[in-house]
Design a binder for this molecule. Structure first.
Ligand code: FES
Length: 115
């Protein structure tokens, strides 16, 4: 089971620890279920409002995770990743720090999500 810690400097006292039940729900769904105020609009990987930074909370390496095509487009438009960054992550089989909460499926790893 994954332990997902949501954190935001404006809500320091509202850090939420949530355990994901399945590997089919998105980070945004998990946030909404736990009343974490992650911003969103389209919920379809197109607007970029739900951009979050995801990092590991333990010493383990993060699991490789490929960005969806929508994430690649939006994260480039937001200036979070360059085309070179995206290529490098794919070659190295590494996850991106920057994700769209509505596109990221929660997996079995403990992560810190800054929103
Ligand atoms: Fe629009 Fe996630 S809510 S990209």
């Amino acid at each position: 089971m994954a332990l997902v810690t949501f954190s935001n400097p404006a809500h320091k006292d509202k850090t939420v620890y949530a355990v994901a039940g399945s590997h089919t729900e998105t980070l945004l769904k998990l946030a909404k279920t736990n009343q974490v105020p992650v911003q969103f609009d389209c919920q379809d990987g197109e607007c970029g409002h739900c951009v979050v930074r995801v990092t590991s909370v333990d010493k383990k390496d993060r699991m490789g995770y490929h960005l969806t095509d929508k994430e690649k487009t939006v994260l480039r438009e937001l200036g979070k990743l360059t085309a070179d960054d995206i290529d490098r992550l794919a070659v190295d089989d590494m996850p991106s720090e920057w994700r769209l909460a509505c596109q990221m499926i929660v997996r079995d790893e403990d992560v810190l999500v800054e929103y």
